[in-house]
Design a protein around this ligand. Structure first.
Ligand code: NAP
Ligand code: SF4
Length: 679
């Protein structure tokens, strides 16, 4: 069946070794290494090796303490460290995989007082001013990186990736934004690129020919004073000359104010950047960012954008991505929806990464899908994320599952989320749920509100009946201008031109995003040219660093929107750690007005009357054609209560269990765990 992806599944000859296909699992910091449970780390990578990926890259390993992303970050310093990593490499090799170790020196992004950099310039995303390295200090950093590559070789890795992008240490030398030096390591571009070239040259000399050296090169910095395309070409050629085997693409510094991997970024949004380098070097190029299906990956390669694709988060969502693609089962690949909710948001909170759609990611040894000895008859009421997750898992381990869903489709609240522009990926998630239900032979009764009678005779009854919108009890809320978010996102009400959104949680933000566009989202990824114009992403051949000089040019909002909350804090403060800024920026670009600390006094023909603060001062009226209530949810427990009254003890999950702070991540995780614990 490999003919479906003839380019993607073609081997890639690297001279001393051959990769079995053109798919790489890019580096992700999962915080797994920090558990020091090396069996668990090994199984994470071994599962991906079994799943057929051509090459994997580990999370970043520090070359020395000062270069660690945070104090105590994993390094490869001792014989014991080497022995631990050897557990991982041998398990990967036993499973016919190949793995390279990323060497990551964070420079001024290192979150600690000992950080070092070319110049003492603090980054906007760290409180620490780095110490400027002297010439001997630079030599030490190079020596530490080279020695770490040698340690990686001893540990059995197939190679190393030298992290030269995303604004880390090496990248900081390359651009004048962060390199103000006047010695041999600063000034001219030749001097500024000396560091990466020396690192690659000396690493090659130290490790010999039969070892992969991949260099991750920042091809579009997306910061002021970043590299030009000519400089990117010059560096790529020098890195090739110095002995690199492969060049991987880096997109944007971490401090860039342009989203590069979030769900609202169009699929394969930066493949054109790698394509500009094709033909300018003779070693293979790898492209990256927002590639999440075999179809998109195949298209990117067949259009000549690169020789290989890197996908990182898609391998959290599904370890068997490549195997399923090769078997003609791409519809069964769990899709990465680029939400960051369980991966990067966890990483940056010091938690172990996982995946919203696959809670087993990084928990392979904790949550095995072990077949049961005695199958049970399981009824699940509600086919939202919690119910479907429970159904899939129960069926996967051998239970006999029947699902009842009162609406005419599965997916629950995801069917509303997928209407929101920027959340197009949710269409694919609901489609995957459908495909899995079919594949697993789960019986689903759509349009069937289950009764107590329906549920008699099952061994287990799982209630996943979700939530109702919370009633905020605002005086006058029965006014014809008022509706719930469900009315808007389910298409029962079309908002007027002047709208007030009451409640600035995740759904208030989503509804505001929906309102500033003139049409709902579809399954199609957003238009790339339009997206680039809106964010001001230029071509580094014309615009240094890829930032358009005139800046972002957002399309005017379809409506005037005001977003309110009672809490006296910045609206949107509690949104996702790595994505909240994007939601706040997109609404700001569309002139959405936001206010916190309001009291909702009443609604009448004039609009929404508010006062401010505990003393109810500064009365104000927000005129509105439409007032939309996004004031949270309450659990729908009607059926659960009826079951209890009838002597059936249901297992309650998802929003029906706890409505507050509900999101798909918690729902899917709970559904899986409950299903694993049945019996
Ligand atoms: P939420 O985040 O709890 O927000 C509810 C909003 O309603 C808050 O702004 C709250 O703020 C307000 N509110 C609560 N009770 C109220 C009352 N009695 N009267 C007036 N206002 C009231 O809930 P949500 O927005 O409905 O979202 C539900 C879940 O989905 C959340 O956990 C959220 O994380 C998740 N979600 C996430 C995303 C995302 O992008 N990651 C998107 C959508 C949904 P005040 O009390 O300050 O007014
Ligand atoms: Fe992708 Fe979201 Fe899973 Fe992260 S949590 S891997 S972004 S689906």
């Amino acid at each position: 069946m490999t003919h479906q992806y003839p380019t993607l599944l073609q081997p890639l000859d690297l001279g001393h070794t051959t990769l079995k296909n053109r798919v790489m699992m890019g580096s992700m910091h999962t915080n797994l290494e920090e558990t020091k449970n090396w069996e668990r780390v090994a199984e994470f990578y071994a599962a991906r090796a079994r799943g057929g990926v051509g090459l994997m890259v580990t999370g970043g390993i520090a070359p020395n303490p000062e270069g660690g992303v945070f104090p105590g970050a994993a390094g490869l310093y001792t014989d014991q460290d080497v022995a631990n990593h050897a557990i991982v490499t041998s398990r990967v090799h036993e499973n016919d995989g190949k793995i390279v170790m990323q060497i990551l020196h964070a420079g001024r992004y290192a979150y600690g007082p000992d950080c070092v950099a070319p110049s003492p310039i603090k980054s906007p995303i760290s409180p620490f001013v780095p110490t400027e390295l002297d010439a001997a200090g630079i030599e030490k950093q190079i020596a530490d990186i080279v020695q770490t590559a040698q340690q990686a070789q001893r540990a059995g890795y197939d190679g190393v990736e030298i992290m030269g992008s995303e604004g880390y240490f090496i990248n900081q030398f390359l651009v004048k934004h962060t390199n103000h030096r006047t010695d041999d390591w600063g000034g001219s571009y030749e001097n500024r690129m000396r560091l990466p070239v020396e690192i690659v040259r000396r690493t090659r000399a130290a490790v010999g020919e039969n070892f992969i050296i991949m260099y991750r090169l920042s091809m579009i910095d997306l910061i002021p004073n970043g590299s030009t395309h000519d400089e990117v070409v010059q560096l790529a050629q020098a890195v090739e000359q110095a002995g690199a085997t492969l060049i991987n693409t880096g997109i944007g510094w971490h401090e860039a104010r342009i989203p590069t991997i979030a769900t609202s970024v169009p699929r394969a949004a930066f493949a054109w950047v790698t394509k500009k380098l094709m033909g300018r070097v003779s070693i293979p190029l790898i492209t990256s960012n927002r590639i999440n299906t075999p179809e998109v990956a195949e298209q990117v390669l067949s259009e000549g954008c690169a020789d290989m694709v890197s996908m990182a988060r898609p391998f959290l969502a599904d370890a068997d991505f490549v195997a399923k693609a090769a078997a003609g089962q791409s519809h069964l690949i769990a899709p990465c929806i680029a939400c960051n909710q369980a991966c990067l948001d966890h990483t940056f909170s010091g938690k172990i990464s996982s995946c919203l759609v696959n809670p087993r990611a990084c928990y392979e040894t904790e949550l095995p899908l072990a077949p049961v000895d005695t199958p049970r008859r399981v009824a699940i009421v509600g086919a939202g994320p919690a119910g479907v997750s429970a159904a899939m898992t129960a069926a996967q381990i051998g239970h006999q599952v029947t699902v009842f869903e009162q609406s005419d489709k599965i997916g629950g609240q995801l069917n509303m989320a997928k209407q929101v522009p920027g959340k197009e990926e949710f269409w694919g998630l609901v489609d995957w749920f459908k495909a899995m239900i079919d594949d697993l032979g789960i019986t689903v009764h759509l349009g069937h509100a289950a009764t107590v009678t329906d549920l008699q005779g099952f061994d287990d009854v799982i209630v996943a009946t979700g939530v109702h919108p919370r009633d905020p009890q605002i005086s006058g809320q029965d006014h014809p201008s008022v509706c719930h978010y469900t009315d808007i996102l389910q298409g029962r009400v079309t908002a007027g031109k002047q709208v007030v959104v009451v409640g600035a949680g995740g759904i208030g933000f989503d509804v505001s995003e929906f309102l500033v566009h003139d049409a709902p989202a579809t399954a199609q990824t957003p238009d790339l040219e339009h997206w680039r114009t809106e964010w001001g992403v230029g071509d580094p051949a014309q615009d240094r660093g890829g930032l358009v000089a005139s800046g972002p040019a957002p399309t005017p909002a379809a409506r005037s929107v005001t977003l309110l909350q009672r809490k006296a804090e910045r609206p949107g403060k509690r949104l996702g750690k790595t994505t909240g800024w994007i939601h706040r920026s997109t609404l700001a670009m569309k002139n959405v007005q936001m206010a916190g600390g309001v009291n909702y006094e009443k609604i009448d023909d004039q609009g929404l009357h508010v006062t401010h603060g505990p003393d109810r001062l500064d009365a104000k009226v927000y005129p509105a054609d439409t007032i939309i209530l996004c004031t949270g949810q309450v659990s729908n427990r009607t059926l659960a209560d009826q079951l209890v009254a009838a002597g059936i003890d249901p297992i309650i999950i998802g929003g029906a269990d706890v409505a507050g702070e509900l999101d798909a991540k918690r729902a899917i995780d709970q559904g899986l765990r409950v299903a694993l614990g049945l019996g």
